[in-house]
Design a protein around this ligand. Structure first.
Ligand code: GDP
Ligand code: PGA
Ligand code: MN
Ligand code: MN
Length: 611
């Protein structure tokens, strides 16, 4: 650990473990502005982890779990107001407002910097500023994607060690002049001398701000993952999507999985579902149908580029899993349970058991008789409220996943055979639909709709458009983003493009229950997808695309009546005619930026629906 500059002393960088001039100048500038007591250059070592977690335990931010149950693992509780991404406080500060488009909040970059500079002034007083050199994706990449986060939160620092490749080896690889994305984070809670800290410092005022032209991120006021682990959503989606537009690739909110069929054929599949709509579960799926095998490459973000062979390759820039805890159990996602059992994890806003382990709704059928809930209060099954926040999370190294695919670390990525879009819709959307071609698939993605979840602050269960599951993450004009997707397909060899499908695990019956059993049974849908790719499965042509015939979907051994299966697969023209005005209204928002091809797709849909 390199710790220097005592309170009141100059923040001397002479001993800094780098001679990267731009980095040093930026660290100095931020330190002068935010006035931390100390600067700590993270080396990513086990000793550093031990010291930081000890410090967090002493501060009351973390509670160490029983090492027999969860080795080297911790329970964290946030401030009850700081539990999710804050989309209303998230801004794309492009120079031109039109470049932020109709789906993002925009502020003039100069004004935003002026306002945030005043917030940052002295905001790290009494605290340590951690310098976290990190790399999104493997360091062995042709162009390693560096970032440096400056934060006054040791919770963020330990979480970044799980979620990204970080530390001394990254700083060394950056040399004297590597390009990097500067990521500034402060919880906005300066500590005056002699004042006792709170367990979860944060500020009522929050800003999550991206400056796309400068490739720069400023975040203030929140310690919650998506707002504060800046390598994740802010860099790998919002900033990277802008880089991808400029450089001809895609930065997407997608899991990546490897599927091996009983006869040995291998397909890599990427899937985009909105936050808390099933990515982590699908990425770690344990298929119920015999002979099919899933291996995990990523559960949240995919960077995709065309390879020299003309195929689209996907790589996961992350190094950890930041998974929704509730609903994760031995029955639904055993591989996630095995991953966290290995320890080395931080659990945030779940419940603590009396014997030093963690629990959340859905982990086991029967809740323990007594818990400490996510608010720190005594909890029993008759307390009348959930023990864990619905957006509580496990943060755990991806390498602990027992079904990690060996090629997850290949900087070239893996060739994608199919892209799935999906969301949470109680009605209308069938279990699976195959797009007719790339442009139709882009139309499916662009019109994706889903019920809102607890992953973002605000109302839950409201249907909204969430294009490509990227609504909160597109770093530029959404219409231009659709045009970029279409262009990517146009420039490619059509035969080598991934086939696009749209799935919905969340359709409901008249009693409000899920029609489709989901989880491990979703392997049946993956099987149909692969059989379509290989020309083996039948489909019905419908106005919205190709839907499985009831016989073509393998339901052997599944407790599902013919009526229930039909309800899962049903395309109801009446429901779809009701969907059309909403799509038209959605497209109107983008004005001239909306590709005319998408209007043509809508016209085609209307014609097929007899409208
Ligand atoms: P992510 O945020 O997109 O990675 O979504 P997760 O995989 O973490 O799942 C979010 C929530 O949806 C969890 O509570 C899961 O238990 C639940 N979920 C995931 N897959 C399914 C499914 O196939 N069916 C149902 N009913 N729920 C699911
Ligand atoms: P999720 O990731 O997609 O797994 O929920 C976090 C988020 O999107 O906020
Ligand atoms: Mn996500
Ligand atoms: Mn997830």
């Amino acid at each position: 650990m390199t710790t220097f500059a005592e309170p009141g002393a100059d923040l001397d960088l002479d001993d800094a473990p780098t001679s990267h001039a731009r980095l040093l100048a930026w660290v100095r500038e931020v330190a002068e502005l935010t006035q931390p007591d100390r600067i700590h250059w993270c080396d990513g070592s086990d000793e550093e982890w031990a010291a930081l977690t000890d410090e967090l335990v002493a501060a009351g931010t973390l509670v160490r779990l029983d090492p027999e149950k969860k080795p080297n693992s911790f329970w964290a509780r946030t401030d009850p107001t700081d539990v999710a991404r804050v989309e209303e406080r998230t801004f794309i500060c492009s120079v031109d407002e039109a470049d932020a488009g109709p789906t993002n909040n925009w502020r003039d970059p100069t004004e935003m910097k002026a306002e945030m500079t005043e917030l940052y002034r002295g905001s790290m007083r009494g605290r340590t500023m951690y310098v976290i050199p990190f790399c999104m994706g493997p360091l062995t990449a042709a162009n390693p994607m560096f970032g440096v986060e400056l934060t006054d939160s040791p919770y963020v620092t330990v979480s970044m060690r799980i979620m990204a490749r970080m530390g001394a080896h990254v700083l060394q690889a950056m040399g004297d002049d590597a390009d990097f994305v500067p990521c500034l984070h402060s919880v906005g809670a300066p500590l005056e001398p002699g004042r006792q800290d709170v367990a979860w410092p944060c500020n009522e005022t929050k800003f999550i701000t991206q400056f796309p032209e400068e490739r720069m991120i400023w975040s203030y006021g929140s310690g919650y993952g998506g707002n504060s682990l800046l390598g994740k959503k802010c860099y790998s989606l919002r900033i990277a999507s802008v880089m991808a537009r400029d450089e001809g690739w895609l930065a997407e909110h997608m899991l990546i999985l490897k599927l091996t069929a009983p006869h040995g054929s291998v397909h890599y599949i990427a899937a985009a579902f909105p936050s808390a709509c099933g990515k982590t579960n699908l990425a770690m799926l344990e298929p119920t149908i015999p002979g099919w095998k899933v291996e995990t490459l990523g559960d949240d973000i995919a960077w995709m580029r065309f390879g020299e062979d003309g195929r689209l390759y996907a790589a996961n820039p992350e190094f950890g899993l930041f998974g929704v805890a509730p609903g994760t159990g031995w029955k639904t996602n055993p591989n996630a349970m095995r991953t966290i059992a290995k320890g080395n994890s931080v659990f945030t806003n779940v419940a603590l058991t009396d014997d030093g382990d963690i629990w959340w709704e859905g982990m086991t059928d029967e809740p323990p008789a007594h818990l400490t809930d996510w608010r720190g209060e005594s909890w029993s099954p008759d307390s009348g409220q959930p023990s864990s926040h619905p957006n509580s999370r496990f943060c755990t190294p991806i390498e602990q996943c027992p079904i990690i695919a060996p090629e997850y670390d290949d900087p070239r990525g893996v060739p994608i055979s199919a892209i799935l879009f999906g969301g949470r819709r109680a009605t209308t959307i069938p279990l699976v639909t195959e797009a007719r071609d790339w442009t139709h698939g882009v139309f499916m993605g662009a019109t994706l709709s889903s019920e809102t979840t607890a992953a973002a602050a605000g109302q839950v269960g409201v249907v909204r458009r969430d294009p490509m599951a990227m609504l909160p993450f597109i770093g530029y004009n959404g219409g231009d983003y659709f045009a970029h997707w279409i262009a990517m397909g146009k420039d490619a060899d059509a035969i080598k493009l991934p086939k696009i499908f749209y799935v919905n695990w969340f359709r409901r019956d008249d009693d409000g229950g899920f029609l489709w059993p989901g989880f491990g049974e979703n392997g049946r849908v993956l099987k149909w997808v692969v059989e379509r790719l290989e020309g083996l499965a039948a489909a019905t042509e419908t106005p919205i695309g190709h839907v499985p015939t009831p016989e073509s979907l393998d339901t052997s051994g599944l407790d599902l009546t013919a009526e229930q299966l039909a309800a899962c697969l049903r395309v109801d023209p009446e429901e779809w005619r009701a969907e059309v005005p909403g799509i038209a209204e959605w497209f109107e928002k983008f004005g001239d930026h909306l590709p005319t091809l998408l209007w043509a797709e809508l016209d085609g849909l209307k014609a097929r629906l007899g409208m």
